[in-house]
Ligand binder design. Structure first.
Ligand code: SF4
Length: 218
């Protein structure tokens, strides 16, 4: 597999020149070579499933963040250039919004305090929710007077994307937050309980899945 990836990376590198890299990524004379090579490796990664080892050419959909769009555009051009040799089809892509990290910065798998991992316990998940950044004000009085900022709040984002399905309930939380009726302490406890329930349910489902998977090998 590595050899296939290496060969493909080399083939792609031969079809991209510095002008392309400058136009697409803004690279200039001070850009180091490793940096130049990263997009080429990513393009090889995207096309790898269409190589012989992985069943040959096929339609591929790549889910990415918006910032990855240049890689996809370049990959589509490269796929056309390598079509004769490999039969590659241009990969399609879908674009996704990233959730904010628990600290309010970018979420990263290498920074445990920015994310809740699916293998954590319900208690750990609950604790992480409680220590997440909110859109609350400096003081209680200020919050009551000015209201909170749900659009800058990690807790509210969790409620919207993971924990509350009912739009009316979300609207109520948002309204009460913005008019200062709802305070962050209470809101966090509610979100933490919902997250704990979510993880307890997840653990049961994970155990059931393991049983199903094991039964398939019997
Ligand atoms: S009240 Fe809730 S939604 Fe509003 S800022 Fe605080 S934690 Fe966020």
């Amino acid at each position: 597999q590595n050899k296939t990836l290496n060969d493909l990376t080399f083939k792609i590198a031969k079809r991209v020149n510095f002008n392309n890299m400058h136009a697409i990524y803004g690279f200039n004379a001070s850009t180091n070579i490793a940096h130049l090579y990263v997009p080429v490796v990513q393009e090889a990664d995207i096309l790898l499933p269409q190589t012989e080892e992985f069943g040959g050419p096929k339609q591929v959909v790549v889910p990415v963040g918006v910032d990855q769009d240049p890689h996809l555009r370049l990959t589509r051009d490269i796929a056309a250039k390598l079509n004769e040799e490999y039969g590659f089809l241009a990969p399609a892509s879908t674009y996704h919004r990233f959730l904010t990290g628990l600290t309010g910065d970018k979420m990263s798998s290498s920074k445990p305090n920015t994310a809740i991992y699916l293998n954590e316990t319900p208690k750990q998940a609950e604790k992480k929710v409680k220590s997440s950044k909110t859109g609350g004000r400096e003081t209680l009085d200020e919050q009551k007077e000015l209201g909170g900022r749900p659009d800058e709040c990690v807790i509210y984002e969790m409620l919207v994307y993971h924990l509350v399905d009912d739009d009316k309930e979300l609207e109520k939380i948002r309204e009460e937050c913005m008019n200062g009726e709802l305070l962050c302490g209470h809101c966090k406890v509610h979100a933490a309980e919902l997250m704990k329930d979510f993880f307890e349910d997840l653990k049961v489902k994970q155990e059931e899945s393991v049983e199903i998977a094991e039964s398939l090998f019997d």
